[in-house]
Each structure stands twice: as structure tokens, then as C-alpha cells.
Design a protein around this ligand. Sequence first.
Ligand code: ZN
Length: 163
Amino acid sequence: MDHTHCPGCGAAFPERDGPTHAYMTSSPACWAAFGRLLAQEYLQPRLEGAHRLSVDAYAVQHPGDPADRRAVQSVGLHLARLMVQLETPRPPRQTNSVMLAFANRKHTLIPLHPPSSFSMTIADVTPFAGKSEHAHKVQEWARSAWNDWAAHHDWIRRWARGD
Ligand SMILES: [Zn+2]
């Protein structure tokens, strides 16, 4: 079977037809893989923490069109959310209020040029979906996704502080 590389994250999946997200540009196969991962996270309450991270990791690896304001805001917000969760972890309620404050300022985000490739993608995580390694793999994926955006860490930290 032919494999295609996702235009967002670069993951190789067997070619298939299907829907994709409106502005997080991906291959249909990659979007379907994300759906399978989310399905496990909705099913298993113990994966609630992993769920937040997997949404953020997926979003920053599918930056879409920099001319689309929704895509620009999505990348910036999800990078800021990753930064907060990985660098300054807080209890869930505090995390939620920080993220809400970010969302209220999303109009000030600017287009950020994505890294040329990602060291880990959803293709490395889906084999563990729903298994005991699920949360650990998502954590690893989220950290690698944040690290791959290192060129913009300072910008995101400044934005998050409101500078
Ligand atoms: Zn992808």
C-alpha cells in the first residue's frame, strides 16, 4: 500500500481518503489517527491530562496556512499552552484559568515559521493508544513538539507574560 507524508507533521501513513480539519492542515490518514487517539482519551478518565497535551502537540505540528488568522492563533495558543504545562505545571483549575487568559489575547499572536521537521509525530504515539504507555508517550510527544519549536520559545514566553 502507498504511504503518504502528512503535509503538517510529516508522519507517513497508508494513503486513504477522508475528512481533515478546517485549518490544521494534515493528510486524511493523519487526521484519522488523531481521532483514534482522542477516542481513547475520551473513553478513559485516567487519560484526561494526556488529552490536553495531545491536542496541543497535534495543533503545533499542523500549523496550516500563515495567511489564515485562525491557523496563526491556533499555533501560538497551543505553543503557549504547551509551554505552561511543560515548564510551569500547575493544578488543572489554575492551568485552565491561565489558558483562558491566553485565549482572550489571541488577537496579538503573529505568524511563526514552523520547524522544517518534527522529531516525533502522532505515528509514534498511536501504537500505544489506550495502552498503559499512552500517557507517557503523549508526554514525550508533547515535549518533543515544544522542543522542535525552540526558535520561537523566547517569543512565546514573552507573549505569555504579556510583554
Ligand atoms: Zn500530521
